[in-house]
Design a protein around this ligand. Sequence first.
Ligand code: 5AD
Ligand code: SF4
Length: 456
Amino acid sequence: MDLPVPSSRSREHRVHVITHGCQMNEYDTHTVSSELVAGGHRIVDTPADADLIILNTCAVRGKPVEKVVTMLGEFRKQRLAGRDLTVGMMGCLAQLEEGQEIARKFGVDILVGPGAITDILDAIEAVDRTHEPFWSLEFKDDLHTHLTPAPDTLTGFLTIMRGCNHNCTYCIVPQTRGPEVSRSLESILHEARAMQQNGVQEIYLLGQNVNSYGLGRSDLPSFAELLRRVADTGIPRVKFTTSHPMNFTSDVIDAVAEHENICNYIHLPVQSGSDRVLRRMAREYRRERYLEIVAEIKAKVPDVVLSTDIIVGFPGETEEDFGATLSLYEEVHYDTAYMFMYSARPGTPSYKHFDDLPRDVKTERLGRLIERQKVWSHRKNQRWVGRELRVLIREAATDSQYVVGHSDQNHTVLVPREQVGEMGLYPVTVETATPHTLYGTVAGAVPESIPLLMAS
Ligand code: 5AD
Ligand code: SF4
């Protein structure tokens, strides 16, 4: 595949990109890194080796913003002490007034919003030439046709649409990523095929709300049809995230049920089990509808693994509302859940109109929910003991006796290191289960591995 031609020349930089937040940011980091390499710059593994550090930021909660401030403070200190360092900021925070104030305060040189990442080479060239900050906050059309080269990894992220047309009252994303824009089918399939040729074993289709793919566009297929087309490339695994219950249609469930290589794993954020809270969040479904979707998924996709996002302590959430979230847990039996304490984000409707609950109330409820989820995750994981799963082993685990990967259903699975010579797909018999991890042994031979050296 042709690499993009750099639009301008600047001195060669040693660049380190630090990525916070979601998988869409990971994909954007890969896009930017590919542009940098095509533009003659070098990607380095540690911040210490870099003369240009780019922070790819997240703004969805307060904590990741604090992290960025801490890092920028450190870079400023080093620059004052004489280090030759250019600093860039991209991602959701860059698009917000809040992030721009932070950028001014800490003397950030390059600021590119989530819609302007293809400006990165021009930005570097401009800063080198003028020694003035370069900002670009446009939502550029070329981003949707831009072809990102395939990664050299076993899992490849592939953004199929950007932005969000929902307006959940707690969420800053519609402001940072703008309205929904779907990419063309051709560019998506082109990237998928390139990944397959490059040895990628698992494609993760990404979007803030993948189920809205192609909505209102007669030239594009539905998301279910797109899923089938990507699966038809023959890539061993296809996963997708994130789904919105409002746009989640039966044909998506059918596609998951019918295609062997579309994983039986569905992430379906519910946010709350209480209709009163869902209304205040401006989620456009109610508990009953959500449970209907879950019932249909379970009926059509045996052994499906379900996960969700939950916000605990949304403004006005009563003990009764929280009880409704707990009871939803008891009905759905999630395999995993991403549980967040509500974070009041400046610029969101809930920040403006509602009072935050006391922190100790939020913390206590989150603690209780995590305890329930642990019980459920443990029970659900134990169902797999003695059974065989197909696992994409990707890297050495923190505990060096093991290597780690993910099952088709997205479980984290650890396998003794000596059983795995090369990274790749392995049949694994599950031996034991904890709430977060399955431990197993490689069953039989090595049918579908690919020659990659094991990370040490
Ligand atoms: N506070 C806490 N969690 C939030 N999320 C989005 N905005 C907020 C917020 N203000 C969570 C939602 C979403 C996930 C990506 O982040 O659960 O699904
Ligand atoms: Fe945010 Fe709601 Fe859009 Fe998800 S669907 S990105 S939570 S506004």
